[in-house]
Write a protein that binds this ligand. Structure first.
Ligand SMILES: Nc1ncnc2c1ncn2[C@@H]1O[C@H](COP(=O)(O)OP(=O)(O)OP(=O)(O)O)[C@@H](O)[C@H]1O
Ligand SMILES: [Mg+2]
Length: 268
């Protein structure tokens, strides 16, 4: 059976600089793959390549198969039918991903109506339900508020709600909590985990923070300098890292949480 997503020998250049140098990754349905690596290692460009969202100056070679179908070189119209509906994405900066001058409710109903036909009234009901699912208090009353009227954590919840309205099979979450403070970060990660399990959506989760990835992922791929250095089950990578670079990432994990039955606890 074909994997849900299969990236093979992906190369990405900006001018003469080869920033992704032969990356291969696979994701099975419902699986959470954590992509970890330092700033500039190529996590975001890899994520963007999947959705055809790289800037036109990028040159891309290799293969990205989605349910067996090649995504590289897909025409815009075909890509749009995959993007948002089958594969959705949440980014690091919730404020830049939301339109600051459009009411939040309208943004969500537009996202719904981009791929599904229904009345405005139905779409509004769906949007309110989506906001409730991500625990926005008094969702119906706040429907007509603007993005700046929500907190950073709430804005990221709104984007997660938008990403999941079409029940995608894959959610690409590129450093979704990096811009948030630590407490809010933990809440948003927990929400993502709950929704991931509830909907059975596969997730490609990127972070430069191995502790965060260790909380979320079933499997981890470690990237550096445009290469995947090692891939393995979360527990194996955390307890038996094969690469010196992974060891240095582990050594940099500041606090290990002991209060949860999570993989990192086994390190103690
Ligand atoms: N539009 C662009 N034009 C030129 N170079 C780019 C462009 N986008 C990314 N790069 C380069 O590609 C490399 C990989 O960048 P990428 O954003 O994927 O890193 P990252 O792993 O996501 O880092 P971070 O943890 O900081 O988000 C970097 O060297 C970056 O400077
Ligand atoms: Mg990035």
């Amino acid at each position: 059976m074909a994997a849900l997503l299969e990236i093979s020998d992906l190369h990405i250049w900006f001018g003469a600089a080869e920033v992704v140098r032969g990356v291969s990754l696979t994701l099975e349905p419902g699986e959470v793959l954590g992509l970890v690596g330092e700033s500039g290692s190529g996590k975001s460009v890899t994520s963007l390549a999947i959705l055809g969202l790289l800037s036109p100056s990028a040159r891309v070679e290799g293969s990205i198969r989605w349910k067996g179908r090649e995504l590289l070189g897909l025409r815009d119209a075909e890509m749009r039918s995959v993007r948002g509906r089958e594969i959705a994405m949440v980014f690091q900066e919730p404020m830049t991903a939301l339109n600051p001058v459009m009411r939040v409710g309208k943004q969500i109903t537009e996202a719904i109506l981009a791929h599904e036909r229904m009345s405005g009234r139905e779409a509004k009901q769906r949007a309110i339900a989506a906001l409730e699912a991500v625990a926005i208090p008094e969702a119906a009353r706040r429907f007509d508020d603007y993005p700046h009227q929500f907190s950073g954590g709430q804005r990221q919840r709104i984007l997660i709600a938008m990403a999941l309205v079409h029940r995608p099979q894959l959610l690409i979450a590129d450093e979704p909590t990096t811009a948030l403070d630590v407490t809010v970060q933990a809440q948003v990660l927990e929400l993502l985990q709950t929704l991931q399990r509830e909907f059975g959506v596969a997730m490609l989760f990127t972070s430069h923070d191995l502790a965060v990835v260790g909380e979320m992922a079933g499997r981890i791929a470690v990237m550096r300098g445009g290469l995947v250095l090692e891939t393995g089950a979360c527990l194996d990578v955390l307890t038996k890292p094969q690469h010196a670079y992974t060891m240095s990432l582990l050594a940099a994990v500041p606090t290990l949480r002991t209060d949860r039955e999570k993989p990192l606890a086994v390190l103690l």
